[in-house]
Design a protein around this ligand. Structure first.
Ligand SMILES: O=C(O)CCC(=O)C(=O)O
Length: 289
């Protein structure tokens, strides 16, 4: 039986995204928050990025200006490797069912991360599409952004350009540099036409990998924490190394492994993997203030 209604599926394919409530149970949500709160508490005693993921880069990424009094833990890379609660939600939850309804029946896991905007932190995300970061042989990929807090206009909600998944792939390279962001003039235009993704904690924003999106800093006193899982159809094969490598990459979370590859025609310039903890540092190279 389908977890999403026909109307929800139609909305997703038409607009490239869908806000779906009830992606996790209250106890799953509480467990995720508990682990995340513990990581924030631990970050207060740190002055630099710390921890390590599979390729040696830091797991915990701190925004410049982070301090014990005003923690600004902006990214946890691959939380599914260090938390059973995050692993369980990634591998088997209502969120996983939703994704299978869109790109299933056979779905595999690619990578995960937490993007956090703690109150007062300057973290923003410049406009981009995900596919040029993680190109695969076909574009049946969904980025599932699970809300661990209510997402409001004031706390730096995700903003999307509806329908942009059906348009062109925008380059993230400018003047020979991989900036991880769409050029400023195009991004400004997208911003003007954007829609806000708002919802209560426990909802998920399901986003097509080609959908253009970004988000502003958190200007409120409420945190904005997203647990982000990227999934693909099982027959989509990655074309570049994983930007957030995980020992769970390729885990089939729904359906079965067929071993087949399906390809789609497209052209893009291959991305550059971030040398530092996350794409925030790549985007920072072109920050305009
Ligand atoms: O954290 C955000 O607001 C945006 C997340 C994002 O851009 C992504 O997952 O690609």
């Amino acid at each position: 039986m389908s977890a999403l209604t026909e109307d929800q599926k139609r909305f997703f394919w038409e607009n490239g995204y869908l806000m779906a409530p009830g992606a996790v149970t209250p106890s799953e949500l509480a467990a995720l928050r508990r682990d995340f709160d513990a990581w924030v508490a631990e970050s207060r005693s740190r002055a630099e990025n710390y921890g390590q993921i599979l390729d040696g880069r830091p797991r915990f990424d701190l925004e410049p200006g982070h301090s014990a009094a005003q923690p600004a833990l902006r990214r946890v890379n691959s939380p599914v490797e260090v938390s059973q609660s995050f692993y369980d939600v990634m591998a088997a939850s209502r969120m996983t069912d939703f994704v299978a309804d869109l790109i299933g029946p056979n779905v595999k896991f690619h990578h995960s991360k937490i993007n956090s905007k703690l109150p007062g932190a300057a973290t923003k995300v410049k406009w981009h599409q995900d596919f040029p970061f993680t190109p695969h042989t076909n574009d049946d990929l969904v980025t599932a952004l699970l809300l661990l807090d209510d997402m409001t206009e004031e706390n730096g909600a995700l903003e999307v350009l509806a329908g942009s998944h059906r348009g062109e792939l925008h380059t993230l390279w400018h003047d020979g540099v991989f900036t991880g962001s769409i050029d400023e003039a195009t991004a400004d235009d997208m911003q003007r036409r954007s829609a806000l993704c708002l919802g209560p904690a426990g909802s998920v924003c399901l986003m097509h990998t080609r959908l253009a999106h970004g988000s502003k800093p958190n200007l409120s006193k409420i945190p904005r924490t997203l647990f982000i899982c990227v999934y693909s159809a099982e027959d989509a094969v990655p074309l570049v190394p994983n930007p957030v490598p995980s020992k769970h990459e390729g885990l089939v979370v729904r359906g079965e492994r067929t071993g087949r590859v399906r390809s789609k025609d497209f052209t893009l310039k291959l991305p550059q993997k971030p040398a530092q903890a996350s794409f925030f540092s790549q985007q920072a190279a072109t920050y305009d203030g």
